[in-house]
Write a protein that binds this ligand. Structure first.
Ligand code: PAF
Length: 281
């Protein structure tokens, strides 16, 4: 596995792979890798000739007061894990190379980025879209792989790819969960032991919603209320519960078709997000 820090070097390598007609697959990450990331890497290995994993804790997607400084960083472990998965290139650029002092151009996603996560983190998706487009330009992937855990992020990125005519296929991988159902996330490491136990309420609430829909409930309002009720008293604060069309994340009145049920809440001051995707007749 080659470890590349230089942007120019990455671009030159990508150009060489293109000349050789190799299919490049990119897995963008912020490191602190867990099984969820490795599931993306394994899919990348199946889909491409050259697998590039980027690790870059992107400052522009964190607002002032968020967890940029304390975001977990485990470079040695990450490197070992990626090597074991047969990754070809680990791309780890420096922040001042990605954002030099005179950096002044951002990708600003539209309406989709103002709802759900965007309502609570107004500049988050601007940071995500900007860095992802820069990574696409640097790595020149044919395919890029993202996890459904950050479902709105995948919707924003798909929109950007379509709107800006980027010749890149976006592949989404289902969320990897711990044994008790909690979605794997680098931020789970912030939870106390007690908080980690209370976090089980999140997948449990989503499962309760899924079961209610399976037994015939079609009112989105009732499902949102059910989830909130299940979370109240267990988590400190519920930022939102959404029952929406899966591809646009437009809120539904009646549940049918491809549906995403998403939520964000806080436990121990740690903000966690999760979702499930259902096909409902
Ligand atoms: O999902 C993430 O880890 C990040 O948002 C991403 C896509 C790597 C951009 O920084």
């Amino acid at each position: 596995m080659r470890v590349i820090r230089s942007l120019v070097r990455m671009q030159k390598l990508a150009a060489a792979f293109k000349r050789e007609k190799k299919r490049i697959v990119l897995v963008p990450t912020m490191g602190a890798l867990h099984e969820g990331h490795l599931a993306l890497v394994r899919r990348a290995r199946k889909l491409g000739d050259i697998v590039v994993v980027s690790i870059f804790v992107n400052p522009s997607q964190f607002a002032v007061g968020e967890d940029l400084e304390r975001y977990p960083r485990n470079p040695a472990t990450d490197k070992r894990l990626l090597k074991r998965e047969g990754v070809d290139i680990l791309f780890t650029p420096e922040a001042d190379a990605i954002y030099p002092d005179d950096f002044d151009t951002y990708v600003v996603p539209g309406e989709i980025a103002t709802r759900l996560e965007g309502a609570f983190r107004p500049t988050h998706f601007r940071g995500v879209a900007t860095v992802v487009l820069k990574l696409f330009n640097l790595v020149q992937p044919d395919i890029a792989i993202f996890g459904c855990k950050d479902l709105q992020q995948t919707v924003v990125i798909r929109r950007m790819v379509a709107d800006l005519n980027l010749p890149i296929r976006i592949v989404e991988i289902p969320t990897t969960r711990d044994r008790d159902g909690l979605a794997l996330s680098s931020r789970n490491s912030y939870l106390s032991k007690q908080g980690r136990k209370r976090a089980r309420a999140i997948p449990a609430a989503l499962l309760a919603a899924q079961e209610k829909i399976a037994s015939g409930e079609r009112s989105a309002t009732k499902i949102r209320s059910l989830i909130k009720r299940r979370l109240l008293g267990v988590v400190a604060e519920v930022d939102y519960v959404s029952v929406a069309e899966r591809h646009t994340l437009t809120e539904l009145k009646e549940i049918s078709g491809e549906v995403a049920i998403s939520l964000a809440c806080r436990i121990d001051g740690v903000r966690l997000i999760d979702n499930i995707i259902l096909k409902v007749n």
